[in-house]
Design a protein around this ligand. Structure first.
Ligand SMILES: O=P(O)(O)O[C@H]1O[C@H](CO)[C@@H](O)[C@H]1O
Ligand SMILES: O=c1cc[nH]c(=O)[nH]1
Length: 245
């Protein structure tokens, strides 16, 4: 039995599947939907629960805001024994075709953050696992509402400084939404031989609204977060069933 130094979870508590999210309160919200739930640790921003979804045991861990801290979480979960990770996050939209309240399944992420540059060379892709992405997209469609799948971009900058935040460029390049940790998740998972996917609930328009007002605490966003949680749980049940078949 080994203790993960930062998450403070033991290898014997690991599960094959993990849901990861930025907010420790969202981790508790997700855990509340599981059977036989137990809180394993709350260390720094990393809060970990274990429980079961239709008999499939999973971990739920919060990873905080930003790639560097999140990568620590992804790395330790995989070292502990997790094989499949799904991020359930929020993101800013780049298109009126998918306003706040819509869900985006990330097929791959632009590596516009700093962390992965310290891990792998330029040109190394941050790409989701095909089976996990397909299961997430199918489960998200079952939840209703606007659901898209495609590229996302991961940035380190949330509130702008004096440099322009490159939202316009990524929007013109066909990227659907911006958040902060999917690139790190996809790169760490690929490096360590794990599978990963990600779904995000949109909380506004990143390239215009964000500079003026940012309010992720609306009913529209809460409803979308509820649907993405159900989509992630549904995807895990589908994936676990496919493995047993
Ligand atoms: O809602 P979460 O999962 O934290 O995701 C998004 O929200 C945070 C910014 O508010 C960043 O972590 C970003 O990636
Ligand atoms: O990183 C993020 C997360 C949510 N909404 C945004 O606009 N950006």
């Amino acid at each position: 039995m080994t203790l993960m130094p930062i998450l403070q979870i033991h290898t014997e508590d690991a599960a094959e599947y993990a849901i990861v999210c930025g907010d420790p309160n969202r981790a508790a919200l997700i855990a509340a939907k599981l059977d036989n739930v137990r809180e394993l640790a709350f260390s720094r921003e990393y809060r970990t629960f274990t429980g079961e979804a239709q008999g499939v045991r999973i971990l739920v861990t919060s990873h905080g805001v930003g790639s560097a801290g999140a990568a620590v979480c992804f790395e330790e979960l995989i070292r502990a024994g997790v094989k499949t990770l799904i991020r359930v996050g929020t993101a800013g939209s780049y298109s009126e075709d998918h306003p706040a309240g819509s869900l985006i399944v990330s097929t791959a992420a632009v590596r516009a953050e700093g962390l992965t540059r310290g891990l792998v060379p330029d040109g190394y892709p941050a790409v989701g696992d095909g089976d996990v992405v397909s299961a997430l997209y199918a489960s998200a469609l079952e939840q209703g509402g606007i659901v898209k799948k495609g590229l996302t971009v991961s940035l380190d900058v949330f509130f702008a400084g004096v440099e322009e935040v490159p939202h316009r460029k990524w929007k013109q390049a066909g990227v659907l939404a911006v958040e902060m940790e999917i690139a790190a998740l996809y790169v760490v998972a690929s490096l360590r031989g794990a599978r990963a996917g990600a779904i995000v609930a949109l909380d506004g328009y990143a390239d215009s609204d964000l500079a003026a007002v940012y309010d992720p605490h609306t009913n529209v966003v809460a409803d979308a977060v509820e649907r993405e949680i159900q989509a992630a749980l549904g995807a895990i049940v589908k994936l676990a069933g496919a493995e047993q078949a």
